[in-house]
Design a protein around this ligand. Structure first.
Ligand SMILES: Nc1nc2c(ncn2[C@@H]2O[C@H](COP(=O)(O)OP(=O)(O)OP(=O)(O)O)[C@@H](O)[C@H]2O)c(=O)[nH]1
Ligand SMILES: [Mg+2]
Length: 293
């Protein structure tokens, strides 16, 4: 009986994947929109491998209300405040459940994730001695997975991002995690933009073509055995229509830093590519179906 119980619990536990993530990236790279869209999970595609996304606790609820009261009203999110200390930054917890298929059980991805202000990223470049920044870095170095978001249309910032990343990785590598390896997902956001959309199924190619210096840094970091890197494409806003899809986006501005935009038709809002990087960060495996969007 006891043996049966042990096996049963083990097999249930094996379907629970937990990860502590940190989402980093420049101002306006789409970090908050990514998290809020994930929590809201609007107009779910019935054929998606994702069954549900459930926010846990107060911070999670707050994400949903951001999605409903801001994004879904066709409005823009506020830039995230640079809060005084890491303890004050919202720690969002989400439970993502993937459907059970023939031969596979239900999988729960439990993630907790902090959404930093993009200011953090420029401080890395220009204020390395800042104590608050040190605190952020220590916090990031405890995470199992780092999600590094970049607006796919901000290719002009490749050099800046590569320099920031260089500093980030050096500081990260100072902390030995009791993990085999750290994982970094480099996620290109806003990939409903036509020039990105056409190559959305070739994330590695897009990352290298648009951010060659960042790509080189990440590959080198992986090669020296510090951890593993994978590339992803996503859009928090998504497309409209199936046969001749167009971005579900009303562009407000486009410059070297990327695009500023709101959702064009909130009733038909369906993001893509949000869960694929999380699945990889949690398991170390790419999920073919999730990769399709
Ligand atoms: N086209 C498009 N625009 C997006 C997408 N996600 C976010 N945006 C827009 O990009 C801008 C910045 O989005 P945020 O989510 O606030 O960016 P952030 O990384 O949290 O920025 P900070 O909090 O300032 O660090 C806003 O104008 C968003 O509406 C997307 O998937 N597609
Ligand atoms: Mg933000």
């Amino acid at each position: 009986m006891l043996n049966w119980f042990k096996t049963k619990t083990a097999s249930l536990e094996s379907q629970q994947r937990n990860a502590v993530l940190r989402v980093i990236g420049d101002r306006g790279s789409g970090k908050t929109a990514y998290m809020a869209s994930l929590a809201r999970w609007p107009n779910a595609d019935p054929t998606s491998p994702v069954q549900t996304v459930i926010p846990v606790g107060e911070a999670g609820e707050e994400l949903i209300s951001k999605a409903q009261n801001i994004l879904e009203q066709g409005l823009q999110l506020e830039p995230t405040d640079l809060t005084a200390n890491t303890a004050d930054i919202n720690d969002y917890t989400l439970r993502i459940t993937l459907k059970a298929n023939i031969g596979s059980q239900l999988v729960n991805l439990n993630i907790s994730s902090k959404d930093y202000s993009g200011e953090f990223f420029s401080d890395l470049l220009y204020q390395a001695g800042n104590p608050q920044l040190q605190e952020y870095l220590e916090d990031c170095s405890l995470a199992t997975g780092i999600m590094f978001l970049a607006d796919g249309s901000s290719r002009g910032k490749d050099g800046e991002y590569a320099n920031g990343l260089d500093k980030f990785l050096t500081l990260l590598d100072r902390t030995d995690l009791e993990l085999d390896k750290r994982r970094i997902a480099f996620v290109l956001t806003k990939c409903e933009q036509p020039e990105l959309w056409i190559n959305r199924h070739r994330p590695g190619f897009l990352a290298e073509a648009r951010f060659p210096q960042v790509h080189r840094k990440l590959q080198a970091w992986q090669q020296i055995g510090s951890g593993s890197v994978e590339y992803f494409t996503t859009s928090a806003f998504g497309m409209l229509g199936n046969n001749f899809p167009e971005p579900n986006v009303q562009l407000l501005k486009r410059d070297r830093g990327g695009v500023t935009a709101v959702i064009k038709e909130p009733k038909r809002w369906r993001p893509f590519g949000l869960v694929a990087p999380i699945y990889w960060l949690c398991t170390g495996d790419r999920h073919k179906e999730l990769d399709k969007g």
